[in-house]
Design a protein around this ligand. Structure first.
Ligand code: SAM
Length: 246
């Protein structure tokens, strides 16, 4: 077994604790190590990620995935229903599920091969709180099995912000939270984002700006709260939210 991530996790324990408000159990450390190994194996066939060095994996996949949900991590008993839209190799959804085992996480991706891979690795990670769905956010957003069913929708590196809002808000319940992971953010974007959120029944609750702890990369997370039901005209048909942002 290649233990390189595990030893890095141990080295970084203090940073993890202070920046992510949480401590890892032995089980969680082993799950992260196994996830790392499985992603490296998966990469041989599927183009899952270019982030493969242990430090980069720790910072850009594990830490970054969890920094966006830091306010939820301090209570490991949280029982939330969560969807990760465009999850790819399982980020941020799998780290979330490892840290919050009482929450239910649905990993959604439009690429069958990626979802097949995820379905295979979930039992290997001994995760009992994760399901997978293959499909487009534009389509499942109209399916009553998924529409307005989630407390939290996560979305990282999937599309422009307007499309991310159109993908997430229809899927969350009134009172739920959409968390949109971003690199850079310009203050002038607030006007258009406020307008798009309003059309979908949401408001901006908070915009968090932070730096990653090792490479000091700038990150932003947008937290949108859903305050009214989303109109049935959203999401628009496949491809439209991305090509014709609201
Ligand atoms: C760049 S990857 C990001 C993966 C992961 N979220 C991460 O941050 O590492 C984008 C993923 O979104 C998926 N995707 C893009 N548009 C989608 C849509 N409309 N519905 C569902 N999945 C989508 C793609 O198949 C791809 O796996």
């Amino acid at each position: 077994m290649n233990n390189s991530l595990l030893s890095f996790l141990l080295e970084m324990e203090d940073i993890w604790q202070t920046t992510l408000n949480s401590q890892l159990t032995t089980r969680q450390k082993i799950q992260f190590q196994r996830l790392y190994e499985l992603i490296l194996q998966g990469n041989l066939k599927l183009n899952l990620t270019r982030i493969i060095e242990p430090q980069d994996f720790w910072e850009k996949h594990l830490w970054d995935s969890l920094r966006g949900v830091v306010s939820l991590l301090s209570n490991s008993h949280n029982q939330l229903s969560v969807i990760d839209i465009g999850t790819g190799g399982g980020f941020p959804g799998i780290p979330f599920a490892i840290m919050l085992p009482n929450s239910q996480v649905n990993l959604l991706d439009s690429t069958q091969k990626k979802v097949t891979f995820l379905t295979q690795i979930i039992p290997e990670l001994e995760l009992h709180n994760v399901t997978t769905t293959v499909g487009r956010a534009e389509k499942i957003g109209h399916n009553p099995k998924y529409r307005e069913q989630y407390d939290v929708a996560l979305i990282r590196a999937v599309s422009n912000t307007s499309a991310c809002i159109e993908y997430t808000l229809p899927l969350i319940k009134k009172g739920g939270l959409a968390i949109i992971y971003r690199g850079n953010w310009m203050d002038y974007e607030i006007t258009s984002v406020t307008g798009v959120a309003k059309q979908l029944g949401g408001v901006i609750a908070y915009i968090d700006k932070f730096k990653t702890p090792l490479s000091q990369g700038t990150r932003h997370c947008l937290y949108l709260k859903k305050i009214t039901k989303t109109s049935s005209k959203f999401p628009r048909p496949i491809g439209i939210p991305n090509s014709k942002p609201l």
